[in-house]
Each structure stands twice: as C-alpha cells, then as structure tokens.
Design a protein around this ligand. Structure first.
Ligand SMILES: Nc1ncnc2c1ncn2[C@@H]1O[C@H](COP(=O)(O)OP(=O)(O)OP(=O)(O)O)[C@@H](O)[C@H]1O
Length: 669
C-alpha cells in the first residue's frame, strides 16, 4: 500500500526518504541519500543508504550508508497526507532508518530531495508522502517547471535514451508458454446487445498487410480469447469494457483494431501542423506501463504512416512536446502529463475517435477519476456518443464498473474472459505464515533457493523498498528497486537492469504492480501483502504471463493481513489452488466472518447483470409475498400477516445485502 492504495487508510506518517541513485556506466548501482535535502520547508537530513554493485564479478558492495536512512524531511509545506505505515523500520532491531517517528509532517508538500543525477536534475521535492499516483507526481513536476520559470526551481530535464530503430530490438519478444493453448478453454461471456461474432484467427481480423506483418514478426500466431472477442467488437465500433486475466494480451486487443482502422482510413502523421490532433488517446496509471503500451503501438505501427507518441511525468516536457510536434496519431500518456500538454495547447482533441483506459478500474478509482473527467471534459474532446471508449483490466470492482458507465455509451459491451477479478491460474500461489520480524530472513532464504531467477519483491512503502533493496545488496543479492520517489532515470535504469538480468531481483512498491510485461519473471514475492485483493491479483500477474507458468509466494502476517484472508481464500479457490488450512481458519474465524461476503466490490461479471438479477430476485420475492399477504388479509389471520410482513422485509434486506454472493454462485461455474 504505497503509491496507490491509501483508500480508507489513516494517514499518520509522512517522512521523506531522500534518496538518489546513480547508475554508473560500468555497472555500478549506487544509491546515496541526498545530502541534507533542504527544499523549501524540508528538513531532510543526510544519512541514507549507499549500495554499489560492481558488475565485474560477483562483487556486491553495499554499505548501509553511514547513518543509514535518516530521512528527516517530512516537514514541508503544501498538502500532504498522513498514513499508517506498515513499514518495519521503526520496530526493527537492526534499524538503519531514522524516519522522524513515523507520524510527522502530514503537510508534506516540499521537503528536501536533492539529486545529483547525471542529467543534472536537482530537484527539490519530497517532504512527505505524496506517492498515491502518477498525477500527484505530474502536478508536482508541472509545479517544478513553473517554479523553474520563476527562477526558483529547476526543470525536469531528463530525456530518455533514444530507442533502438532496428527490427530485432523492436520485435524482440518472449515465447508463449506451455499453457497458451489452454486459454481457449476459458469461459468467455459477452454481455450487451448484439455482440459481433468472435474471430478465431488473425486472418479473420481483416488486418491490412503491414499490420499482418508486424503481428507475425511479434511472434503472434493465434489470438488470445480477449483478442478473439475484443478485436471484432472494437472493429464494429462498439464501446467496450473488457476483463481478462493478467498477461493474456489485452494490449494488442485494443491496439490492433485501432491501428487497423487508422491505417484503413489513410491516417498519416504530419509535422506541418502546430497543433497535433491525435485520433486515439490511451491512458494508463504509471509511467512505465504507458511507455510499454507506446512501445507495443510503435511495434505494430512499424513501417506505416501512423505515429504513436508517449508523454509521462519525470521526463522533460519540452522533449515530449517536440516529439508530439513531429506528428501524433496515437497519444499515449499518464493523466497528469496528458492534461499538461493539452493545457499548453499543443494537442487538440477534436479528432479523437478512440479513448482507451488501460487498467481501467485504476483509472476510475479515487486517485484518477477526477483527471479522467477532466480529460473527457477538455475542450474539443468528442462526447461519449461521438467517440469510442474502450476499457481494459484484469479486475473490475463493481462500484467502479457502475461509474465507468458514465464514460461509455449505454449499449457498451462487457467482455469477461474467465472470472472477473480472478488470478491467473498459471501462477502457483503459496502462502507463508510469518511474523513481521522474520520476514527479511525468510526472504533471503527464499531468494537463495531461487538463485538468479528473476524475482519481483513487492513491499508496501517506498522506504521499505529502499530498505529491503539495501539489505539484499548487503547480503550479496544483486537487487535494484523501483518506486515513486526514485527519479525517472533511476526507475528506467532499475527496470533495464532487471530486464537484462543484471539485477535479477527487483524490489517494488505498487507502482510496478500493474501491467508491466517483463520477460522471464519466474517469481513474485509479496513481502508485504497489499490491503486490497485486486492489487494482489495484479502483483502476482507479473509472472505466469502469456501461457508461461510462474510462482507467487506471499508472506502472511496474521497481525496485519487478516482482513485479506477471506478474499485470498476466494481467489485461491477460483484459481483451483490449494487453500492452506491456517488461511481458511484465519478467514472464517475472525470477527465479521459470519456469512458476510469477503468484499462487496469483488465483481463476478457485468454489473448491469448483477443489478438486473437483484431486481429480478426482489421482484419475484415481492410478488410472491404480496400475493401471500393479500391472501392473509382476506382471511384475516393477523399473526400470520405480521409474520409474512416481517419475513418480507427480511427477504428484501437479505437480497440487497447478499446480492453479490448470490451472483457469484450463479456465474462461477
Ligand atoms: N496472440 C498472442 N500471441 C503471442 N503473444 C502474445 C499474444 N498476445 C499478447 N502476447 C504477448 O503476451 C504478453 C502479455 O500481453 P499483455 O501485456 O498485453 O497482457 P495484459 O493482458 O495486458 O496483462 P496485464 O493485465 O498484466 O496488463 C506480451 O508480451 C504480449 O506481447
């Protein structure tokens, strides 16, 4: 629960971890805490950790920097939020972190963050927990840019390395796994009026020659279920809310039909216009994910006149605007930066035909919903009746589904491949009961058995991510980390090192939970379990992708993870996996376990059906009871009349209360 998941959390701690890291060219990974960050209002004191990895040989040198973490930067100005932090830092015997007592600085707008990156960024930011989402970052960055203009703050100057242009790099892909063909056995449900026929092969998708070539060069032989159904739905011009398990090809399911249509219509990028007007806008919650989507779009559009462009925070806005001005048909972006470039008048929305929300449930939850509304309400953006809106995710809480309908035409189709919100069945899930003090040793033991296999370790907080990464480095496990307080250059370097295998262990916060498609991730470890079951599903979905198998090991601390037990049992059973008896005990023995659904928002299917079913159930019961009541009124049997009235009210309450579980049983065959 770091970057994203603060809903319902009591916020009490906003410590700044002032950490910067420099990736040295000879392969060293060096993280040093910023010298006393003295941003405005920030009192970041030195210390920090320092770890370096010398790639020549197995030489991992990590020193928990003199003084360890000493992030005292939490006192800043600006709006911040406090939170209850489940970090182990404060309790740990070997604590190397002095983090201001864990409950300070709820107003953490501007603390001390100072970086000496090779891009010359010297950003003063921080001052507390901002994490929540990309937008918060973007706003901050925009603020930084504005401040820079005022001569107060430096600009974000990072420009990502130029992408390789050779076909081998562009079309590099990993192989589908042994379970790829089993995708065909998954039950698919399309709800809504007049869905078009699914396709069985890419030939039936009616792709133009150039797309056929790029699809084939990408190693795609046959479509996955979400592609079989999604492609014809999008090609037929329908709005779509699609749900399919992690790693099952949702990206191509929306990119291919969009690109196909743009190519068929002869859309071509032009650098002559001052105002660029993309035909498609794609949004995703994190920088790395949107960049990945962009790379996929660029791959499929290779050799054609359709030009995708990506914009996201942490990168020089000027650079991105220059990229846009070279021609932009498909604009991929994180919400904050998108709104920024639109606000600067560099992008017009009047030609938008496709509006895509990847990780749609995340894009519509509390963190991003206002931005999504701002985006669809931006000047020139066609109304929902005049554009196609497409939503994709592996999870769709029911409340989010209901809200999503605001963005979709009323006759949208809902596509469910398998159990909505279900975990990928190719991931073997195991749980280890732990205490919070034993986690680190358990992690180390685990990593010793997995050796150099690629492993993502999810932790709850940014500080925890740095701390665990440092710890593993000290223990000579080549590790890097990714989280929202690292600079973009560092985040990209971390991913690159993980991808290449230079650092086979990546410690991550939730910022890396969704969408990232990294080859050969064999393991996911939930060092800290998230507080939300959907988050769990996304995290473990970083392995077991595209028909490959994977393993997820989760540390379950009964003291803090009990509230997740019931949802975990549900997830395990739905994925036909063994449920440890202790987990079952924990799930069904705790307070509030008497017949109450684990989570009301865990949707099983199209919320329209659920609503329909509830109404039908209520209506049937009502009719029956009304009939009975009338009969008894006529026969004047008062007690029985009271009994039935009472019973009628109870039934109504029960139906409304248990409507989700009722529907679960109905559709999870
Ligand atoms: N038809 C296909 N044949 C072979 N590989 C495919 C096919 N479709 C997608 N892939 C590959 O499968 C991997 C996973 O796809 P993708 O990232 O789109 O999954 P996803 O469903 O969006 O996952 P997530 O829910 O985690 O975001 C990618 O490497 C992609 O290139």
């Amino acid at each position: 629960m770091d970057e994203w998941e603060e809903e319902g959390t009591t916020i009490t701690s906003t410590t700044t971890l002032t950490t910067t890291s420099e990736g040295r060219q000879e392969g060293s990974w060096n993280t040093a805490n910023g010298e006393s960050g003295r941003g405005r209002g920030g009192r970041g004191r030195g210390g920090g950790f320092k770890s370096s990895f010398s790639s020549d040989g197995d030489n991992w040198n990590s020193t928990a920097g003199e003084g360890g973490f000493r992030g005292r930067g939490g006192r800043g100005r600006g709006r911040g939020f406090s939170r209850t932090d489940r970090s182990e830092f404060n309790e740990d015997d070997n604590q190397v972190c002095e983090n201001g007592g864990g409950s300070r600085g709820g107003r953490g707008g501007r603390g001390g963050f100072r970086s000496g990156g090779d891009q010359g960024c010297r950003g003063g930011f921080g001052g507390g927990y901002r994490g929540k989402d990309e937008e918060v970052f973007s706003q901050r960055e925009d603020k930084e840019n504005k401040d820079a203009t005022d001569g107060e703050r430096p600009r974000v100057t990072y420009i990502p390395p130029t992408l390789p242009e050779d076909e081998d790099s562009i079309f590099a892909h990993y192989e589908t796994g042994i379970n790829f063909d089993k995708y065909d056995d998954i039950l698919v449900d399309v709800s809504g009026a007049n869905p078009p026929q699914a396709i069985m092969t890419f030939d039936e998708a009616g792709l133009c020659e150039s797309l056929r070539k790029t699809v084939s060069k990408s190693g795609y032989v046959k479509p996955t279920p979400v592609q079989k159904h999604g492609i014809p739905i999008i090609s037929a011009g329908r709005d779509l809310m699609a749900c399919a398990q992690t790693g099952s090809g949702k990206t191509a399911a929306f990119l291919l039909p969009i690109l196909q249509q743009l190519m068929a219509d002869g859309v071509a990028a032009s650098s002559f216009s001052e105002l660029q007007e993309p035909e498609a806008v794609i949004v995703a919650p994190t920088r790395e994910l949107i960049n990945q989507i962009y790379l996929e779009a660029r791959k499929f559009a290779f050799g054609t006149c359709v030009r995708p462009v990506v914009v996201y925070g942490g990168v020089s806005t000027g650079h991105q605007i220059r990229e846009i001005s070279r021609g932009c048909n498909v604009l991929c972006g994180t919400p904050g930066r998108l709104l920024d470039v639109i606000g600067r008048g560099k992008v017009g929305l009047s030609k938008v035909r496709y509006f895509v929300l990847d990780e749609a449930d995340r894009m519509l939850d509390m963190g991003f919903e206002p931005d999504m509304r701002r985006l669809v309400g931006s000047p020139g953006m066609p109304s929902k009746e005049n554009r196609q809106t497409l939503m994709f995710s592996a999870t769709y809480p029911e409340d989010i589904q209901r809200m999503a309908a605001d963005f979709l035409k009323t006759d949208y189709l809902f596509l469910a491949v398998g159990v909505v919100g279900g975990a990928c069945s190719d991931v073997e899930q195991t749980f280890v009961q732990v205490t919070k003090f034993s986690k680190r040793e358990q992690l180390l033991d685990l990593l010793k058995t997995t050796g150099m296999e690629r492993t993502m370790v999810f932790v709850e907080t940014k500080r925890q991510a740095d701390f665990i990464a440092t710890y593993l480095c000290q223990e000579k496990v080549p590790t890097t980390s990714i989280h929202g307080d690292r600079e973009q250059r560092e985040r990209e370097q971390a991913l690159a090192d993980f991808r290449s295998g230079k650092c086979p262990v990546l410690v991550a916060t939730s910022v890396a939970a969704r969408g990232l498609d990294i080859p050969d991730v064999q393991h996911v470890v939930n060092f800290d379990l998230p507080n939300n079951i959907d988050e769990y599903v996304h995290r473990i979905g970083r392995t077991g992708r595209c028909g490959n198998t994977g393993r997820a090991v989760s540390f379950f601390d009964p003291d803090s993870d009990d509230q997740l037990a019931r949802s975990l049992v549900t997830i395990l059973s739905k994925a036909q996996q063994e449920v440890p008896s202790w987990l079952e005990d924990s799930a069904f023995s705790g307070p509030g376990s008497m017949g109450v659904a684990p989570r009301k928002t865990f949707a099983s299917s199209d919320s329209r059906k659920v609503a329909g079913l509830t109404f039908m159930g209520f209506f049937c019961c009502s009719s029956l009871h009304i009939q009975t009541v009338v009969e008894f009124i006529l026969t004047s049997q008062r007690q029985i009349l009271y009994f039935y009235t009472f019973h009628y009210i109870l039934t109504a309450i029960a139906i409304v209360t248990f409507r989700i579980p009722i529907f679960h049983t109905h559709c999870d065959q």
